[in-house]
Design a protein around this ligand. Structure first.
Ligand code: 5GP
Ligand code: MN
Length: 339
């Protein structure tokens, strides 16, 4: 950990601390943020979680959810002041300030010290303190490590344990992804001993579909799944009109891309989605097919080898054309890589 003793010194007296995380927070983003939030509050700091956008209802059960500030045009001024007044800004589960939208400028211009805790590739160098490990399965795993480095296991209460468990469970794909290590299982064992109810958390996150979401998934699988057998690619294209028609909420498209990837013989899957005036891409792959290369080279994005995302500045149709024209090229790179 970079500058641990300096961070310890800073935290030795009560501070004003903002914790922020990436846009469209998932369970790891929110769970690691709220885990750190409870730890800092219990240590006497004035802490606040600020997210760049809203997040799915299935994460609202986490303790501290009601105190989270979701950034929006309406509270821009108030949030900007909070960033200016902060002593420390903790940046969790993202590696570049462009992942936090408008909040990126506030972090960049704030005089506060900055802490980065993250497991994405190529972190930007903007933080004074850093706990970064791209082998970590989840940022929540790193928050657990950070609490142990700063204090001790006794500081992890039930609220922290459950928030961190949620992040670990989802970022490992329920302990299925290659990032699932013996260490993470040991961490989870500790969280369970503190009382984390893994069955409850799994139900709260995975088994709380709205009827709209299920109908949408059925529709997407029937009508919207494009399968390119020759190039082993499958993808969905979802328009803004479809978002409205199915009353989709934040998180409702989560997991859809995995159905495409699960098809026999498919090695790359994608969703191209028009939402809130922008076109967002999500990529998944198996094996050594590095989708983060595609995301960073062509779609201003990044991520992990097998799970990445990006944004297109073209319209939906043009983005789809661009994506289609790139498919043979991906395949070439893939062939070279697997040789
Ligand atoms: P998702 O497809 O679930 O939105 O994102 C999968 C992974 O891709 C995330 O964990 C994150 O690492 C990365 N990612 C998603 N969107 C972006 C983006 O716009 N920019 C960058 N740099 N990474 C992204
Ligand atoms: Mn994560």
């Amino acid at each position: 950990m970079k500058e641990l003793s300096a961070l310890k010194a800073l935290l030795s007296t009560p501070k004003k601390i903002i914790i922020t995380t990436h846009a469209n927070p998932d369970a790891d983003a929110l769970g690691s943020s709220l885990g750190l939030y409870h730890f800092l509050k219990n240590r006497g700091h004035e802490a606040l979680v600020v997210t760049p956008t809203d997040y799915p209802d299935f994460l609202h059960w986490m303790e501290g959810n009601d105190e989270v500030v979701v950034y929006g045009e309406k509270n821009h001024q108030q949030v900007a002041e909070l960033f200016e007044q902060a002593d420390l800004i903790c940046c969790l589960d993202f590696s570049g300030l462009n992942r936090i939208k408008k909040l990126g400028e506030m972090v960049g211009s704030s005089k506060a010290k900055k802490l980065l805790v993250d497991h994405h590739l190529n972190p930007e160098q903007f933080a004074d303190y850093e706990l970064w490990d791209n082998k970590a399965a989840a940022t929540a795993e790193l928050i657990y490590d950070l609490i142990l480095l700063l204090d001790g296991k006794e500081e992890i209460n039930l609220a922290i344990a459950e928030a961190l468990y949620a992040g670990i469970m989802t970022d490992t794909g329920s302990f299925k992804h290659g990032s699932t290590s013996a260490k993470i299982h040991r961490t989870v064992a500790e969280l369970m001993e503190i009382g984390a109810d893994v069955n409850k958390i799994s139900r709260l996150i995975y088994d709380t579909n709205s009827l709209n979401r299920l109908r949408f998934i059925g529709y997407a699988l029937m009508e919207k799944l494009v399968v390119n057998v020759e190039y082993q690619v499958a993808y969905f294209v979802i328009s803004a009109e479809e978002h409205e028609r199915f009353h989709l909420k934040s998180g409702d498209t989560e997991g859809l891309v995995n159905y495409a990837l699960s098809i026999n013989g498919i090695v790359v899957a994608a969703i191209i989605m028009e939402k809130g005036g922008e076109v967002k891409m999500s990529f998944r792959s198996v094996g050594d097919y590095a989708v983060n290369d595609i995301a960073s080279e062509y779609f201003s994005g990044g991520g992990h080898k097998n799970a990445a995302g990006g944004i297109s500045d073209l319209g939906l149709e043009e983005t789809v054309e661009k994506f289609k024209s790139l498919i043979p090229k991906f395949q070439q790179t893939h062939n070279q890589k697997t040789k």
